[in-house]
Design a protein around this ligand. Sequence first.
Ligand code: NAP
Length: 293
Amino acid sequence: MYKIIDGKAISEQVKTEIAAEVKAMVAAGKRAPHLAVIIVGHDGGSETYVAHKVKSCEQVGFKSSKLAFEADITEDALLHEIDKLNKDPELDGFIVQLPIPKHISEQKVIEAIDFRKDVDGFHPVNVGRMSIGLPCYVSATPSGILELLKRYNIPTAGKNCVVIGRSNIVGKPVASLMMQKGYPGDATVTVCHSRSHNLKEICLAADIIIAALGKPEFLTADMVKEGATIIDVGTTRVPTSDTKSGYRLCGDVKFDEVAPKCAYITPVPGGVGPMTIVSLLKNTLLAAKGEIY
Ligand code: NAP
């Protein structure tokens, strides 16, 4: 019988642990960790994510600030705002919610953030430090995936781990982390993408599959070996008349047929998703404690 990796339950557990640390910090006379979130424009998805982030900060006792700018803000003006946050001594970390409007360079924005406050872990300094195994802010989704493997004591050393997807925010960093020395890591990692051949054969040899391609129900039972662990990162909005919002979140794994073959599997929703915000909170706590830089 397969086990569900309950990301919602684990995320609540981690939040409780963070809240206890914050309480102790404040009791010792320190100020609470402070996270700021910049949002540009009125993208519905982004507004929801930011609202969740602000609410999660409240839950664990962090101070949070939301800085909202209209979609027509100039690149220079946004970079100026980022610079102000870089210099604010009362702020431990901040993020710019992506995507941002097309007239602003995402890469310029990422690189304008002081890497010591880059709790999203997207700055090249953090990405580079992660890839050579130095302390850094690890980006939220990969960090959440590793935390799930750890909390469920899923063995990774010497295991064949197949990552489907090579994006900068999920595929590449999670592949890099899975091959680092130590636990969770020490895996033999294969990264697949849209140009990969023989995906089915590659997946059939995998002990762990991390599906992060954004193609609903892509991974089917005939691609999975008995006893594998499946991490489903996909969250595609699929239209439905069954929900008030008019859509449901669909993973990259055909859950009903794949789950019976697995040892462990993450559901969508309730698997990787809830861990992402928790990882951001963890990075902010590390920033407040000055434990990385
Ligand atoms: P992305 O930037 O679109 O990257 C998708 C990757 O999948 C690319 O590397 C692409 O290959 C590869 N790919 C596409 N079709 C493929 C196929 N048929 N076979 C093999 N590989 C294929 O996506 P992302 O930002 O990494 O996100 C992936 C999914 O995770 C999305 O559903 C996203 O919503 C979700 N997500 C969830 C969370 C969370 O917190 N739960 C966080 C982030 C992302 P090429 O490089 O060759 O194009």
